[in-house]
Write a protein that binds this ligand. Structure first.
Ligand code: FAD
Length: 560
């Protein structure tokens, strides 16, 4: 690898394609490490270093100052970092043999640009299914898209968003914030694919409660002058249609240059972020990352990953010992005041991969319940029952979900096991947590399941267990039972259990309470009287959330 200048004394030229998250992180770190490099950034849009993650909030007029989205300009980057940043400059071809790029600048001008090393950070492009009228749908990727959508929705009464992923859901919230009737059309039975259905169900409730018209199991079939037609025969009225169906790695340039792609269609890179050409490196949404759970690669189109890889690559290009670490896909989104976060793999993905896993649902409070404003959350932890490794986690709630998912992601990155969560020493005061934090509690539950102190039954296994003859005992209070109960359950409050043991059958028993805590106590009481009872994991709350969505196609055997 060349150092900052070649033997002729000419400075080394590093050209970066893409001037936003990954590309600009590489450029600025390179400059901080080496004052002598010749660093050129090519960006095909009119803006660099803009806040893509803030775009939905400008559309929704939560962010009203457009200039707040523009974090840097070519001028400011030249002044502070001595970068040669060129906007409206699209790299159209790579001549790998001669290490020369073809660049289209402005309308028609084309020129050649030499590189010693080339960095590709061209991002991702929106998926656009070939349905009639799709060319009339807006997509949201850059500032120009944002301006178009911002102006189009200004006079709209009704907007249809196709796709219930992160961006679709964020845009739905923001348009609702602007008082626009919003339809969210999702092909699958749930929004937010990183969540399992019983957690997504909580997001569905929040969207509907805030007036979003949610169309699940509905595929858009055509975009017409009056809106969107779906495969369910619905005609959804919309003045504006936004396609947020997902993204694919932007690989056109790489493919045309003959660079290798990975099995998922992203640019293939090694641990040094090097492509199949040793002088060309690639980062961000365009590349396949090493997956933090499996051995394979994953597409992780997230800002943290792109920025992180950008910095790592600058270090590598300056000869520092660095390698890209695997990605867990840790992500969070806000939905009308709900924090919705996930890390690692979900149950759907574990099932599809045929991996063994243990599932734990809890509903802890974000902070001590006696301190005002305590909010409950739903947490789900997935654990490898053989190794005790944490495979993934999800959380939905108004407060404290971000902290819990980030700690779990950190624990996973650090190689902590699920049972280690029991012993985490976490900051506590009544306004911020509980003395036994929600994460400690997940660790306790896991330890109990791992050593056989507890057995659980999952929400989607219950009906089959009942059909097979299991008795469901609801150990909540009579008042809670009267307000809503699982069909077929009998009510024996936990505090009466010791006196009513003669009512407990000896064959399979499943106990449950609201969230699983009293159920665990009940199961332990029964165990002391030689009745092996399973505790409904996550209790009535998780069961109710699960009923609201289509049950997973493949049912899992609970692993204990
Ligand atoms: P980008 O940041 O997309 O930059 C790629 C740039 O390359 C583009 O500006 C493009 O114009 C340019 N380019 C492409 N081809 C060429 C070429 N041939 N020549 C010159 N220039 C080229 N992630 C999160 O983690 N959290 C969030 O809350 C979040 N919200 C988001 C909201 C929206 C609306 C969007 C669009 C994305 C959001 N993301 C979020 C994703 C995050 O922005 C991306 O993961 C991240 O920006 C990827 O960085 P990148 O460098 O790979 O690509």
């Amino acid at each position: 690898m060349k150092t900052s200048s070649d033997p002729s004394g000419a400075p080394r030229t590093i050209v970066i394609i893409g001037g936003v998250a990954g590309g600009m992180s590489t450029a600025t770190r390179l400059r901080r490490l080496d004052e002598n490099l010749n660093i050129v950034v090519l960006e095909k849009s009119g803006y660099v270093s803009f806040a893509n993650c803030g775009l939905p909030y400008y559309v929704g007029e939560v962010i009203t100052d457009r200039s707040a989205l523009l974090l840097q300009t070519p001028q400011s980057l030249a002044e502070r970092f001595a970068l040669d940043v060129r906007v409206n400059a699209e790299a159209t071809a790579i001549d790998r043999e001669n290490q020369v790029l073809t660049v289209r600048s402005g309308e028609n001008e084309t020129y050649q640009l030499h590189y010693d090393q080339l960095v590709l950070s061209p991002g991702a492009r929106p998926v656009l299914p070939p349905i009639p009228g799709i060319e009339n749908a807006f997509t949201l990727r850059d500032i120009e898209d944002t301006d178009r959508i911002h102006s189009a929705v200004s006079n709209a009464k009704s907007v249809a968003i196709i796709g219930g992923g992160f961006i679709g859901v964020e845009v739905a919230e923001n348009l609702t914030h602007r008082g626009i009737t919003t339809h969210l059309i999702e092909f699958s039975p749930q929004v937010m694919a990183p969540l399992d259905p019983e957690l997504a169900s909580l997001v569905h409730d929040r969207l509907r409660d805030n007036g979003v018209h949610l169309h699940l199991n509905a595929a858009a079939q055509a975009i017409t002058a009056s809106g969107v037609t779906t495969n369910t025969g619905e005609e959804i009225p919309a003045d504006v249609v936004i396609a947020a169906i997902g993204v694919r790695p932007e690989t056109t340039l790489a493919q045309d240059a003959g660079l290798e792609l990975g099995p998922l269609g992203g640019i293939a890179v090694n641990e040094k972020l090097q492509t199949s050409d040793p002088n060309i490196f690639a980062i961000g949404d365009a590349v396949e990352k090493r997956d933090g759970i499996g051995q394979a690669t994953a597409l992780v189109p997230l800002a943290n990953t792109a920025n992180r890889q950008g910095r790592v690559l600058a270090d590598i290009l300056c000869g520092r010992v660095q390698k890209d670490r695997p990605s867990l896909g840790t992500a969070i989104v806000g939905v009308f005041g709900l924090q919705v976060a996930a890390t690692g793999w979900n149950e759907k993905r574990l099932l599809a991969a045929g991996k063994k896993f243990r599932t734990i649902h809890t509903h802890p409070f974000a902070h001590a319940t006696y301190y005002p404003g305590a909010k409950p959350m739903a947490l789900k932890l997935l654990v490898d029952p053989d190794t005790d490794a944490i495979l993934g986690a999800q959380g939905v709630g108004e407060d404290g979900v971000d902290k819990r998912i980030d700690v779990i992601a950190t624990a996973m990155a650090g190689g902590l096991r699920a049972s280690d969560l029991a012993d985490l020493e976490l900051a506590y005061a009544p306004a911020y947590g509980t003395a036994k934090d929600a994460l400690n509690m997940l660790g306790y539950v896991n330890q109990n399941l791992a050593d056989g102190t507890a057995n659980s039954n999952q929400w989607h296994e219950l009906a089959a267990a009942q059909q097979a003859g299991a008795t469901v005992i609801d150990v909540r209070s009579p008042g809670e039972f009267a307000a809503g109960a699982i069909p077929g359950a009998i009510n024996i409050p936990v505090d009466e259990l010791r006196d009513r043991l003669d009512e407990i059958p000896s064959e399979e028993v499943i106990v449950h309470c609201a969230v699983g805590v009293r159920g665990h106590t009940a199961a332990r009481i029964l165990a002391a009287h030689n009745v092996v009872a399973k505790n409904l994991d996550g209790g009535f709350k998780t069961w109710v959330a699960g009923q609201a969505v289509t049950q997973p196609a493949t049912q899992t055997e609970s692993v204990r």
